[in-house]
Design a protein around this ligand. Sequence first.
Ligand code: FAD
Ligand code: EPU
Length: 354
Amino acid sequence: MTGYRIIEGAKLDARNTFGVAARAPMLVEVADTGALGELFGYAMLRDGPLLVLGGGSNLLFAGDPEGAVLALGSQKIALHDDADGADDGVTLVRADAGVEWHALVLWTLGRGLAGLENLALIPGTVGAAPIQNIGAYGVEVRECVHAVEVFERATSRVRRLTAAECAFAYRDSRFKRDPDAFVVTAVEFALRRNATPRLDYAGLADELQAMGIDVRAPAGVRPSQVAEAVCRIRRRKLPDPALVGNAGSFFKNPIVPAAMADALKSDHPALPVFGSGDPASRKLSAAWLIDACGWKGFREGDAGVAASHALVLVNHGAATGAQLLALARRIASSVQERFGVALEPEPRIIGARW
Ligand code: FAD
Ligand code: EPU
């Protein structure tokens, strides 16, 4: 048996960015995705509960995973020939699921390719990027996803899904809605050498300006400069998981009917309201709603809310996943009670139901 190794009773404490204690009955580390066919011949992997684990930066272990945990280590990044051969200015890059996301962003920037710069410094792996259609600073990864290569558990076949087949939406996809169907083995990205930088997200142009970069002619701003500005903002706002456990935003920004958003805005003029992509609904700032309920900087034992950002739950040291989940429920209840808005967790919760 080559291409993988099995560890029984594996500790997962260092494999989740909340840093909470958890143990897997069986951890399968797969170095070569070619081994998946053989591995899924075993009933426990084929039919039992399975958690595919990347960097553990978007999940909360409220309990131990029930079944096997699969971690992909494959690390290749390569320029990929466009099958249709069209000279449309697009360069395809294929990256294995195990590649660290920010390493891929740097790799593409180093080759003069634009598209992923606004998504710099998001923790985690390439394989997880399509799961919740990662997004930041005005860009979602779906805009650059050409295809997603998957191993389909039901058939043991490798398939290539087009972006349309992935059904991407805000912090959502086919994979997030049906987490048991596929293991993502690689992602193909469509990137460009010449692209106008996306500087519309609040604060991004100001950050570039503060770096001494003239944003009046956006075409002159280099993708690597945009990435640097994004990194600077992120380092200021978001706690570093290496220093304090967290999974980024704990809740999605809620999408509500337009009439409800209008009513809330007239009662609370400071509430940030954004377009949702659908004229009938609006996206509200979950951070603002939570902040207004007084949670920012809250701490009970080692479970708390970041002092720098109300949307980020933090583990100050020895909080358990169950304690963090209990805090999340209290936060959501208070927002529901005060504003009538339901918050939904963004990370996947293992071992409990929301
Ligand atoms: P994991 O946490 O390991 O897994 C997340 C989910 O994806 C799980 O359901 C898992 O089963 C599934 N999964 C992982 N790999 C695979 C695979 N190969 N095949 C099938 N399923 C798989 N997210 C954003 O969108 N935007 C942000 O700006 C952002 N900022 C963050 C900042 C901080 C400080 C932190 C800690 C997190 C942030 N996140 C953000 C969340 C997180 O980084 C992303 O969701 C990231 O894509 C998760 O990657 P991961 O490898 O850690 O996934
Ligand atoms: N705000 C507050 N209080 C706070 C923090 C923010 O009131 O403590 C308000 C401010 O008015 C601010 C607004 O909320 O202008 C938006 O804040 P921010 O720009 O930080 O964005 P966000 O909506 O809180 C989203 C994503 C982040 C992503 C940033 C930047 C979600 C759930 N979160 O956060 O993604 O990095 O935008 O694009 O969509 C993640 O998904 O884990 C994540 C970190």
